[in-house]
Design a protein around this ligand. Structure first.
Ligand code: SF4
Length: 458
């Protein structure tokens, strides 16, 4: 394994997008941090931020502008208070001043200093951004290009071709593919969760790891609860009404906990809709492995928690660890960026992670876990990204529900039929990457094709 931790795959942030909100906020924060570290901050008079490619085309709908402002102000996705964002943004729009600390401030007029290059794309990735700091005489003090490469991960231009920095701490069970992970499990007679825990233990205190894993589950539950109880409309010109609260009421009134054959599916739908709506509203979210796809894994996890007996903390941790291992392989072998490979790399990957994780906690074999993860992706191949009005709402919200149900079906197939499978997980991951590369750019988070051009915005 590289130095990708489970907590990189499942980070806590805010909606609506990991690549367009979380990544840019981290980049803006990193740029200011770099100025500070190089003792340049005192010379800065203004900062200009340029957005390219998909970040420019769908940035406003994905709140990239707000994320950049918050990052420049020193906020990070994992700690920013979503409810306090608007107050800070209002102050910025009024004063055009970014207050870094009591001694330091820059000029930053959002209309002038944040530039959306709608017709330009940087060479290395569709999600490019350039930060430039100027002194009082308009001389460039520092400039840095960053790319947001999916799931909230960022990389500088210089490190683009080598984004995974090897850690000084070597993990005991490194893996770069499903084949390698399988071999490690067989050789050491360990389950995937044991491999993952041992690797995390090399990086962090084990008790802290376990607590953080359970914290992730709790944040997912809180997100579902908030999504189920927050009435109203989602932000943006589509004026979409939140569906989860009325869906929740209907389910509870009908008491659909029990016997109707399709009743369980409704709870999966509810959990996915509630999470995806919270994400669309800019709420606190667990990136899993991206924000646009953040409803799939909680939906399957909470379905498991609600309907299966004897669910323990250990099982919940196994779910997250197994899903994370599968996600890491996608990240290393292919991509989890909708701007790079379409929605198959976001909702498709989440579906695959959830399917494998469900099989793991239901006692499936290594082969069955791989089969479920493979099946789930095989039937997401070619899934395009065409968000209407650049908002992470249509088709994203419903798509999370559809994928969560598909993940459960992939798990059922694997558990019922055994683990034999003709297509390996690595083969389907490479196929996903090649399909993404061949996909027209109109279908890769640009809102220039598909539903985005056929559905009226209002
Ligand atoms: S269509 Fe898929 S990849 Fe595109 S923004 Fe929506 S969830 Fe993300």
């Amino acid at each position: 394994m590289s130095d990708i931790s489970i907590f990189d795959m499942f980070s806590v942030g805010i909606g609506p997008s990991s690549s367009h909100t979380v990544g840019p906020m981290r980049a803006a924060h990193a740029f200011v941090h770099m100025l500070k570290a190089e003792d340049l901050l005192g010379h800065v008079n203004s900062i200009v931020v340029e957005l390219f490619g998909s970040l420019a085309l769908t940035g406003r709908g994905h709140c990239t502008d707000k994320a950049i402002f918050m990052g420049l102000l020193g906020e990070l996705p994992e700690t920013v208070d979503p409810d306090a964002v608007q107050v800070k943004l209002d102050a910025l729009h009024e004063t055009h001043v970014l207050l870094i600390d009591s001694k330091t401030h820059f000029l930053f007029d959002p209309d002038q200093h944040l530039i959306f290059h709608m017709d330009k794309c940087l060479t290395l990735h569709s999600n490019g951004m350039c930060f430039t700091a100027y002194d009082g005489r308009q001389k460039v003090i520092k400039s840095q290009v960053y790319y947001s490469i999916g799931g909230g991960f960022i990389v500088t231009e210089e490190r683009f071709n080598d984004p995974i920095v090897e850690s000084d701490t070597k993990v005991p069970y490194p893996f770069y593919s499903a084949k390698e992970l399988r071999a490690l499990c067989i050789k050491n007679k360990m389950r995937i969760k044991d491999i993952m825990l041992a690797n995390e233990e090399a990086l962090f205190d084990i008790d802290a790891v376990k607590k953080r894993l359970l914290d992730l589950v709790q944040i997912m539950e809180e997100c579902v609860h908030k999504g189920c109880t927050t009435e109203g409309y989602l932000p943006g010109i589509l004026r979409l009404k939140r569906r989860a609260p009325s869906f929740n009421r209907t389910l509870r009134q009908k008491g659909q906990r029990g016997n109707a054959p399709l009743a369980h599916l409704n709870w999966i739908n509810l959990y996915a809709l509630a999470t995806a709506e919270q994400n669309a509203a800019g709420g606190r979210i667990v990136t899993a492995p991206t924000n646009g796809a953040a409803g799939v894994i909680p939906a399957v996890l909470l379905y498991y928690k609600r309907f299966y007996p004897d669910v323990t903390d250990a099982k919940l941790m196994e779910f997250i660890l197994t899903a994370g291992a599968i996600g890491i392989i996608y990240k290393l072998e292919a991509s989890i960026s909708g701007a790079e490979v379409g929605c198959q790399g976001e909702v498709g990957v989440a579906c695959s992670m959830a399917a494998g994780a469900l099989v793991a906690v239901l006692g499936g074999t290594l082969q069955q876990i791989e089969k479920a993860a493979e099946t789930a992706m095989e039937h997401n191949l070619g899934l395009t990204c065409d968000p209407v009005a650049g908002l992470v709402q249509i088709p994203c919200i419903e798509r999370n529900a559809m994928a969560a149900v598909k993940a459960v079906n992939a798990a059922i197939l694997a558990l019922t039929e055994g683990g034999a499978h003709r297509v390996s997980l690595d083969e389907v991951i490479i196929t996903m990457l090649e399909t993404g590369k061949a996909m027209s750019k109109e279908f890769k988070e640009t809102s220039k094709g598909g539903l985005a051009i056929n559905v009226p915005n209002c």
